[in-house]
Design a protein around this ligand. Sequence first.
Ligand code: ADP
Length: 267
Amino acid sequence: MLEIRSLTCGYGAKIVISGISFDVKEGELFGVIGPNGSGKTTLLRALSRVIKPMSGEILLDGKNFQDIPIRDFARGTAVVSQLLPLVEMTVEEFVLLGRTPHFENMQFVESKHDLQIAHQCMALTDTLRLRDKPINHLSGGERQLAQIARALAQEPKLLLLDEPTAHLDITHQVVILDLLRKLVRELKLTVVMVLHDLNLASEYGDRLALMSQGSIHQCGIPTEVIDFSIIEEVYKTVVVLKNNPVSHKPYVFIVPQEELLKDKVRK
Ligand code: ADP
């Protein structure tokens, strides 16, 4: 569905990601991981057309990004960033913003159909109960669910998310990622998400791209990417890798410096 070919992009003359290539298949939950500053958010900005490629190309369903009218692009692709609007609005008003790309010419307010879709998306994300609350009064987890509801109201085929579980407790991490998995499995949505947490990426990603210094270091299923020598090389940190006893997915344990020193003394 998404083909990234020799993509180079950055800001002004500054190159941040350089010559990267990978594909995302339809109905896949695809995770982008990597150390701070490796270019994950910049890649997501390129995929959401916030920044233009300096060279290379991005194809969506075989069509070059630049040839897709922005309105068609906005109908098919939704973005959940870490930013929230500063203006006061209710959750319902916020979710309805997702319908804007579907408005007809000269349509200035939402139709009954728009409201119906917004309510369906709020029900799916368990935010219908919050519909009259100001968006700025929600907890972090509720806000993230409202952001996903707004994105779903766009009725996209592709959903791009920048660290959807940042600053959330484990309950909400699981709620958000279970929801994304359900959307992928049941609605055949394609999801590309940047994740900070290697273990969440390993647990939920169908495939992962590990970025390092603006390039893709490794791309594949979690067992091909979450490998101790690869993680140690990219993150320059000693780790221990075990499998989750329930899901059997790789799980990364960090090792504090003090333990490493004790271990050396013992040897
Ligand atoms: P990550 O998401 O992996 O932490 P980013 O894509 O945010 O990485 O950043 C990669 C590099 O791009 C960093 O060196 C960062 O300073 C630089 N960068 C990010 N945003 C901008 C910007 N708006 N203008 C200039 N440089 C930027």
